[in-house]
Design a protein around this ligand. Structure first.
Ligand code: FAD
Length: 455
């Protein structure tokens, strides 16, 4: 019998369209492994909501592997050391994995490859990040031309089928129990809303995709309306790799109709990876000069009010409470809430990025940092600081009354005409006054921008 190969799972927790798994299993017995590598990711420890998701997803992956005669080995430690030890114990000569582009995973891949034969495959993006370049071979900086070039290379290759049998090694190496990774919150158990909202794992991902196939025809019309279930809610499944973008692409294309706007959003995900590949420290370093001298305010009270959904702006508060309860926030409201923190409160976007990182079930280094820098106007893309979103007008425009009623119940009895911006006479006791008036905030933000540019 051949020596086994190790399949190193990270954010690719699926069996179908998983090229590392398929290739390793084609050659002989496999040892699937997940490594809880707090050392490698110590600058970016996984947030609480992501840890909750990961626990469920690993359990599902283990069950799925067992149904095919295999199992998931779980270990803790530095990836290169754990994989080296596992290869020695098992006699494995090859390690198969999908490419990951977060700077810490690229470092870990390099460290593993120095010691062992590491075979890296593509599979988590529509096209390998770094491969979509301008005519002169340079990476794109702006989304629109990037997407145009990527779109020309589409569709992605057809997804690989789920394996029907996974050859097992003669003996299984020892494994930690998933529960021993202590990924779940204990006291307090804040995950009730997450449990009610999500079904992590590959099967849950495909259920979401099937439901969305029915709704894709109305995506363009409904995607900006926070009160409707108009978007796919696939983001955490895509982040953890429980489903591949190629699977999403082909399923949506088969559903027919106008799908370009939706596929363009999936393209943003590829774009974000291309950005962090060019700028690995995008999560900490603003890409534009004036932001090195930006006169940020540091109000702990106001940051806390934003985090808790108590800014006095109903649309912002609804979004922040949806985030806390479900681990997800509608994209339109993410933009409004992020813009509010940065431009109305003048609090550094990195504070907001960190909060989202901890509380989102889809927290993703590429998507989160690219969208925060985009909103701030500090990024390499085309957005500008001076584009200041008006939260009250946005709330009306995108018809957020029912969304506000759901997430800010103390405002539920207000009529549509009042709910976006309750007047002092109608503001219920217990609902806070606005932290700052919109016009005043706008003037203050523009003055701060002028100072930053001349500093
Ligand atoms: P759909 O509208 O159904 O889109 C399909 C898929 O496309 C999404 O699942 C996602 O993978 C991708 N996508 C959609 N919009 C974007 C976008 N703007 N940028 C990158 N990918 C996108 N998304 C994350 O996955 N993780 C994050 O940490 C994250 N942080 C964000 C922070 C801010 C401040 C903002 C404004 C946006 C952020 N987004 C993030 C992008 C976007 O809000 C979510 O991807 C989207 O709301 C997820 O819902 P959905 O799956 O229903 O999206």
């Amino acid at each position: 019998m051949n020596s086994p190969a190790i399949v190193w799972f990270r954010r690719d927790l699926r069996l179908a369209d998983q090229p590392a798994l398929t290739e390793a299993a084609r050659k002989g017995p496999i040892i699937p492994v997940y490594i809880c590598d707090d050392e490698t990711a110590r600058h970016r420890a996984m947030g609480g909501a992501s840890r909750w998701w990961l626990h469920q997803s690993l359990e599902k992956l283990d069950m799925d592997l067992r149904s095919l005669g295999s199992r998931l080995i779980v270990r803790c430690g530095r990836s290169d050391e754990v994989l080296g030890a596992l290869a020695t114990e098992s006699g494995a000569e090859e390690i198969h994995a999908l490419h990951h582009y977060e700077p810490w995973w690229r470092n870990a891949e390099a460290a593993v490859a120095r010691k062992r034969r590491l075979c890296l495959h593509h599979g988590n993006y529509l096209a390998p990040p770094g491969s979509v370049t301008t005519a002169t071979g340079n990476p794109y900086k702006i989304y629109t031309p990037f997407w145009r070039a990527l779109r020309e290379r589409m569709p992605p290759p057809p997804p690989l089928p789920r394996p029907t049998n996974l050859p097992a090694p003669k003996t299984w190496p020892k494994s930690e129990a998933i529960a021993d990774l202590k990924l779940l919150p204990l006291r307090p158990d804040w995950a009730g809303g997450l449990r009610d909202t999500w079904e992590p794992g590959e099967a849950g991902a495909h259920e979401r995709l099937s439901a969305f196939r029915e709704a894709v025809a109305t995506y363009e019309a409904r995607r900006n309306l926070p009160g409707e279930e108009g978007t796919s809610m696939l983001s955490p499944h895509l982040h953890f790799g429980e489903i591949s973008p190629a699977q999403v692409w082909h399923a949506v294309a088969e559903a027919g109709g106008s799908t370009d706007i939706f596929l363009g959003e999936v393209g943003w995900r590829d774009y974000a990876q291309n950005v962090i590949l060019q700028y690995p420290d995008y999560g900490t370093r603003p890409a534009r000069d004036p932001f090195a001298h930006f006169p940020w305010r540091t109000s702990k009270e106001e940051l806390k009010a934003w985090q808790q959904g108590r800014t006095g702006y109903p649309i912002v508060d609804a979004g922040m409470r949806q985030l806390w309860h479900t681990g997800w926030m509608h994209n339109r409201v993410r933009m409004i809430a992020a813009s509010f923190l940065i431009k109305h409160l003048l609090i550094d976007w990195r504070e907001g990025e960190r909060w989202f990182w901890d509380t989102l079930v889809d927290a993703d280094y590429g998507n989160n940092t690219v969208n925060w820098q985009w909103t701030a106007g500090s990024g390499i893309d085309s957005n500008m600081f001076v584009r200041i979103m008006a939260p009250l007008a946005q709330s009306e425009k995108f018809n957020a009354s029912d969304y506000i009623r759901t997430w800010v119940p103390e405002l539920a009895d207000l009529p549509d005409g009042e709910i976006h911006d309750p007047s002092p006479a109608h503001r219920p006791a217990g609902y806070p006054d606005k932290l700052i008036d919109h016009r005043e905030a706008r003037e203050r933000a523009l003055a701060a921008w002028r100072d930053a540019k001349t500093a």
